[in-house]
Design a binder for this molecule. Structure first.
Ligand code: OSB
Ligand code: MG
Length: 384
């Protein structure tokens, strides 16, 4: 993130002419079912920051209901259009860190912030003619792909899905679990595929009283158990980790770098799932990454069922050196019949996703398709 010495152009404020907030709707290829409920259609917000002859893109991947965090498409629409866009357009933004700082005075609404800050990152990288990955300090040229598999109607159906993903080259399978739907699911996958990197995500659905059920999962040799307890419970996770062999990975619990520091101090887990949308943007995600690297804790990049725009941000982030584990970084076709970027994200022969090397997010946004999917949009001009 270093500026070249003496380069006036690169440190000059970004000339942002217009910000477009776009609500789009698209259907998932198959419904995604977890302890949080089912998602079959995605209502998300795409943020465009126009300026300097470029468009920077960001994504706000809210869930249909406020079950993952407090946000919905309605709350994100509100805070972006009524507060956040003005704060950034009226501020001085010479670096994406400035956008993050301007938004940091507002509480919560991490995904809305991340969408806007992400668009500024993309625009800034494009102005420099640099891939977003490089602008973030990432040098890995491809990132290992993993896939999250939701609940299926039957065990056979689940095993069929897992087998198909393994056939496509995915390097880690994460199954969703909840109380009463755990050991059976994990045992069935483990029995059929003894050697794979297998993990489980509970989305905070267990309580301390369920510790015995979670201990029964230790024998399946999973690479991690993600977010067993509610997000506020850092102490509970520390207590649980002491009686579990499987490493706990925190997702929902980490919504700022301070939570990451506290989780490390408490021993609440042994790895982090990093998601810029959960953390309020790439700036905070970088801070969590650096904190984890300093503590020797591995991280991986999570996902929120993003379109190609959010996926491009995730893949760029995952190119940083601390991302040593396969994340929830999957191909476009795992989610969409047709993505909104070209080329769509796909796995190479070894189960990695190549990091785009064009300027900014490095993939081309299909403007016609974006227009066709738009439910409503709001355009903000430069303040007078
Ligand atoms: O808990 O990691 C999660 C999707 C939406 C909300 C929360 C989560 C997820 C996933 C899927 O697990 C990740 C992906 O493939 O994008
Ligand atoms: Mg999770």
């Amino acid at each position: 993130m270093e500026e070249k010495a003496g380069s006036v152009r690169k440190t000059a404020p970004l000339q942002m002419e217009r910000v477009v907030i776009r609500h789009i709707r698209l259907r998932l290829r198959t419904p995604f079912v977890t302890a949080l409920g089912a998602e079959d259609q995605r209502d998300i917000i795409i943020v465009e920051v126009h300026g300097e002859g470029h468009i920077g893109y960001g994504e706000v991947p809210v869930m249909a209901k406020p079950v993952y965090n407090e946000e919905t498409v309605v709350t994100a629409w509100h805070v972006l259009n009524d507060f956040f866009v003005a704060a950034v357009l009226e501020g001085r933004v010479a670096h994406p860190f400035d956008a993050a700082r301007l938004l940091s005075v507002y509480h919560g609404h991490a995904m809305a912030k991340a969408g806007l800050e992400g668009a500024v990152w993309d625009l800034w990288a494009r102005r420099r003619g640099q891939p977003l990955s490089r602008a973030l300090g990432g040098f890995q040229r491809r990132v290992p792909a993993g896939v999250a598999v939701g609940f299926a109607e039957t065990t056979d159906e689940l095993l069929r899905r897992v087998e198909a993903y393994l056939g496509q080259g995915y390097r880690r399978i994460k199954v969703k679990i909840e109380p009463g739907r755990d050991a059976d699911v994990v045992a069935a996958v483990r029995r059929r595929f003894p050697a794979i990197n297998l993990a489980a995500d509970a989305n905070g659905s267990y309580r301390w009283a369920d510790a015995d059920a979670l201990r029964r999962l230790d024998k399946f040799g999973m690479s991690m158990l993600e977010q067993p307890l509610p997000r506020e419970d850092l102490l509970g996770h520390a207590r649980l980790q002491k009686v579990l062999q499987t490493p706990i990975c925190l997702d929902e619990s980490i919504s700022s770098v301070r939570h990451a520091q506290q989780a490390l101090a408490l021993g609440s887990g042994r790895m982090f799932n990093i998601k810029a949308p959960r953390l309020g943007g790439l700036t905070e995600a970088l801070a969590v990454h650096d904190e984890a690297v300093a503590a020797g804790v591995p991280v991986w990049c999570g996902g929120m069922l993003e379109t190609g725009i959010g996926r491009a941000h995730n893949v760029a982030l995952a190119s940083l050196p601390g991302f040593t584990l396969p994340g929830d970084l999957s191909a476009s076709e795992r989610y969409w019949v047709e993505d909104i970027v070209h080329p769509p994200f796909a796995l190479d022969e070894e189960g990695f996703i190549p990091v785009p090397d064009g300027p900014g997010i490095g993939v081309e946004v299909d403007r016609d398709r974006l227009e066709a999917l738009t439910v409503r949009q709001r355009v903000h001009g430069r303040p007078k």
